[in-house]
Design a protein. Structure first.
Length: 177
């Protein structure tokens, strides 16, 4: 075998092998922030839940998305309620402010936030397991469209106001949260 041909061929094979190994190592280790699960990029500040003796309440706060991609919250759960919905508050045909489940969930833009507040977007807690007294704490788990989750603890606080009706059922008429 000619030495002049073997050396360049060996160098070419070694270079291809190194490229393949380098490609494998970067493919298995996410190096960009947009590769992070939504549950790792979202946090909440100023979280709280409205105190109540009734069967419904709501959770509020500011959800922050530090990730490089938009995220969508598709559902929420808590042991404090038998049913949890993501709600928006809108004006109905009669000009009344009503709460209703938001289609498609809550979207939080990349590097942005979403305010959950009385009279606007909120996490509705229905069929409460019991009264929620000021000073209690409620754990809420959010599930995102990528199936990742984020759990936060919110203190229960006294609050009166934002007396909207619930669109979709007489049993919730006059619910204030």
């Amino acid at each position: 075998m000619n030495k002049n041909i073997a050396l360049p061929r060996f160098a070419a094979i070694a270079a291809v092998a190194m490229l393949a190994l380098t490609g494998c190592s970067t493919a298995t280790t996410p190096s960009s922030p947009d590769a992070a699960p939504a549950g790792d990029t979202v946090t909440i500040t100023d979280a709280w839940v409205k105190a109540t003796d009734e069967s419904m309440s709501a959770a509020f706060g500011t959800l922050d998305n530090s990730g490089a991609g938009d995220v969508t919250i598709v559902s929420a759960t808590t042991d404090a309620a038998g049913m949890v919905e993501l709600h928006e508050t809108v004006e109905n045909e009669s000009g009344e402010m009503v709460m209703r489940e938001i289609e498609g969930g809550f979207s939080i833009p990349a590097g942005g936030d979403l305010l959950l507040e009385p009279g606007a977007n909120h996490i509705m807690l229905m069929d409460l397991a019991g009264p929620l007294a000021a000073g209690d704490e409620v754990d809420v788990t959010l599930t995102f469209s990528d199936d990742s989750t984020y759990t936060f603890t919110a203190p229960v606080k006294d609050y009166s106001g934002a007396n909207e009706n619930y669109e979709g059922g007489d049993e919730h008429e006059g619910m204030d949260h």
